[in-house]
Every structure is written in C-alpha cells, then in structure tokens.
Design a protein around this ligand. Structure first.
Ligand code: PGA
Length: 251
C-alpha cells in the first residue's frame, strides 16, 4: 500500500535576513531529534546559503516559481533554477500569493506543470476566506479550487503533489481550525482524490494542515485522521516551537 509522506514545512515568508538564516537553521537542528525530516521554505535569497544544510533530515522548499522555464520575465524565478540549486519542493497557491496577485488563480495550473516538469514536488495550498466559512459551505469553495487547479493533473503527477488545507482566517491570526473542521475538510479532500485518481494514489497524497500551528496544538492536529503534516508560518521562526511541532509528527 502507498504510504503518504509525513511533512513538516516551515514557511519563513518574507522573514529572516540572509546573514541570520544559518543561525536559525542551526538552532532548529540543535533542538530537534535526528530522526525527523523537515522542510524549510526560506526566501529565494537564502536558498544558496542554506544548501549545505540539505541532508536526509532537512530539505529546502521555495515559496513559489514562475510558470516559464526561462525568458524575459524580470524579477521572476523559474522552477528549473530552483531545482538546479537543490530545492526539492515548491509551495504553490498560497493564499497570500493569490491575494497579492489577481492573476495568480489563472496561473497555478501552469505553475504546477512547470514545477513537476523541472522535477520539483509541489505543495499545493487551498482554503476558504472567513465569509465563506461563516456562510456554512467551505467545501464548495475548496473543491472549486481543486477542480480548477487539478483539472489536467494525472495519476503520475499527483504522486509528486501534497495538498495543504489552509483556511485563510486561520493564517497568522492565532485562530486555528478545530479538529472537527480539519477532519471534515481532510476527509472530503481524500474522497475527492479517490474519486478522481483511485483510492491507492489518493492515499499516497500527503495532506497538510496550515494556519496558526504551534507547539501547543500540533499534537491534536497530528492525531487527526488523514493529516500527514503541517505547513507552519510564524512558529517556524521560533526554534523551540518548531521543534515541538516536529516532535508531534515524529514517527
Ligand atoms: P501561520 O502561517 O502558521 O503563521 O498561520 C501558515 C501559512 O501561511 O502557511
């Protein structure tokens, strides 16, 4: 049976100076037990600097990429460039990127293809805003994102894709979704995947939760069926918090 990979990803967003990056990773490694694998998604400017930390336990993700391989796209970075630097994952569809760029939704499909072609694994983010949650049908919103962004992904593609469910109202707010809300969304995503790709490939997809994950709530999230990991923002910048989250997902 295909086993989904456990993933704990620290998304540094636009934080930490390059000159401070190695110190933060060393502090995380100092307080983390050796048999836990984790992913750090630093800003692009830090990737080369953190190359020497890549090991079986620690790998790098990028926070995004352009859909083209190369060309006249000032200020952009391609999936191939990231792969060439030793990056293993790329985060696509993060709500902060979707909100900052009105065209992002339309570009996610080609970004996913580009990343997979370059040999990167994709951490695809989805999740509803607060008004949708209050109206009572968040699944309708999330499934529309999945239907559009996975439209032309086939079984062999999804073997390299993880899905992070990140309710927008829980990101950076301290308000994490309840275990019941997480379980409801994760089981719907798993069933949707099973219907589209079959049960075995669906079980192989890692499902992550994101939104105000910290040491104190990581245990409950880790014990939620269907949850294979977390995408962590703020708490990934605090070594003791990140270590506590990693411990909760240790296996
Ligand atoms: P947060 O961010 O942990 O600070 O809520 C999560 C994310 O945006 O991935």
């Amino acid at each position: 049976m295909v086993q989904s990979e456990k993933l704990v990803i620290g998304n540094w967003k636009m934080n930490v100076l390059p000159s401070e990056a190695a110190r933060l990773v060393n502090e995380i490694l100092d307080v983390t037990s050796r048999n836990v694998r984790f992913v750090i998604a630093p800003p692009f400017t830090h990737i080369s600097l953190l190359n020497s930390y890549i090991s079986n336990n620690c790998v790098l993700a990028a926070q995004g990429c352009h859909e083209e391989k190369s060309g006249a796209h000032t200020a952009e970075i391609s999936a191939w460039m990231l792969r060439d630097l030793g990056v293993e994952y790329v985060i696509l569809g993060h709500s902060e990127v979707r909100q900052a760029n009105p065209n992002e939704d339309a570009r996610i499909r080609s970004k996913i293809h580009s990343a997979l072609d370059a040999g990167l694994k994709v951490v695809y983010c989805c999740g509803e805003p607060i008004q949708i949650r209050q109206e009572g049908d968040p699944w309708n919103y999330v499934v529309a994102q999945l239907e559009r962004d996975f439209m032309d992904l086939i079984v062999s593609d999804i073997r390299s894709v993880s899905i992070a469910y990140e309710p927008i109202w829980a990101i950076g707010t301290g308000l994490n979704a309840s275990q019941e809300q997480i379980l409801d969304m994760m089981s719907r995503i798993r069933s949707w995947l099973a219907e589209k790709y079959g049960p075995e490939p669906a079980n192989g997809v890692s499902l992550l939760y994101g939104g105000s994950v910290k040491g104190a709530n990581a245990g409950e999230i880790a014990n939620t069926p269907h949850v294979n990991g977390v995408l962590v923002g703020g708490a990934s910048l605090i070594p003791a918090e990140f270590a506590a989250i990693l411990k909760a997902f240790q296996y």
